[in-house]
Ligand binder design. Sequence first.
Ligand code: RP5
Length: 168
Amino acid sequence: MSKPLVSIVMGSDSDLEIMREAGKALDDFGIDYEIDVTSAHRSPDRTADYARNAAGRGIRVIIAGAGGAAHLAGVIAAHTKLPVIGVPIPSTPLNGLDSLLATVQMPAGIPVATMAIGKPGATNAGILAAQMIALADSSVAKRLGAYKQKLAAGVEEKSKKLKNALNK
Ligand code: RP5
């Protein structure tokens, strides 16, 4: 097993069902990743250490998912030069809108690439991380090309089915 290039972290194990989607996307592109829990609020020292050490361990991209106050991605971005992708988790009665705003509204100077709320966002976080890795990895770039073709073929198929069903 080679060293992970992407790190997926989340504020609580209750975020796992959603954050697994990022891992599934990375699996599709053959990218090794690690997955862990660390919290901006409950374990601030652990989170800062994790962020400071990630690049030295060979990590190239960090995907961070959190609900509630959702400061995890921003705190991690404050402690690393690696690109950070944030996934807002719908874990409060506000259904993730709170997490989206907290994750996306970073002050100038500390960017977090913020995805959609929930599973679609986690999937896109995995794909965006793959796109970053692909800049310097031709095998991942090739898989991304095949993935785009598969998406387009899926739409063609749906179009044919729709026209057949409607007899148009
Ligand atoms: C956040 O608080 C976590 O990211 C999670 O989405 C939310 C609730 O956490 P638990 O109370 O389920 O541990 O920090």
